[in-house]
Design a protein around this ligand. Structure first.
Ligand SMILES: *[C@@H]1O[C@H](CO)[C@@H](O)[C@H](O)[C@H]1NC(C)=O
Length: 151
């Protein structure tokens, strides 16, 4: 029974997470090696990157269809990482790509992840709205299973 539930959740996860799409161009940089990557981002300082030119090692047919921006606070320092995204969903499952996931880890690590695909180079903006991935996406699924199982 447990194995069955795990399988369904995994299958759903794969369907949602791996998205075959058209090519997209994104900003690709890391602020720890390139200070131009920080917010506020000036899109005239770095050339845009064509995500079709990179592939996942084990999934050569999966194209990056989204852009991602990660904002991390590590030991008190902000770090920005912009990249092409293969996995995930724009808006982290909410349908609104202004939403970002936020995670607070141990050792004073904070991480915000924003995923978008509305247009080339969409991973520039600072977001104003936040919603956790768990609340927006996983929780309803878990509740659904809970109702089926124990209701
Ligand atoms: C850079 O930003 C400006 C203003 O937001 C926008 O009009 C322009 O299209 C952007 N350039 C690229 C290459 O995305």
């Amino acid at each position: 029974m447990k194995a069955g539930i795990l399988f369904v959740i995994t299958a759903l996860g794969v369907i949602f997470l791996i998205k075959n799409g058209e090519g997209i161009k994104c900003w690709v940089c890391r602020s720890d090696s390139d200070p131009r990557c920080v917010d506020p981002f000036d899109n005239t300082t770095i050339p845009i990157f064509d995500c079709d030119t990179v592939k996942l090692d084990h999934y050569p047919n999966v194209k990056a269809s989204m852009c991602r921006k990660i904002r991390q606070k590590v030991y008190g320092n902000w770090r920005f990482i912009r990249s092409c995204a293969f996995l995930g969903t724009p808006g982290e499952g909410t349908g609104n790509e202004n939403y970002c996931t936020m995670r607070t880890g141990t050792y004073n690590v904070f991480m915000e992840t924003c995923t978008c695909n509305s247009k080339d180079g969409c991973n520039t903006a600072s977001s104003n709205h936040h919603l956790s991935y768990f609340a927006a996406f996983l929780l309803p699924i878990l509740l659904m299973f809970r109702i089926r199982l124990f209701g």
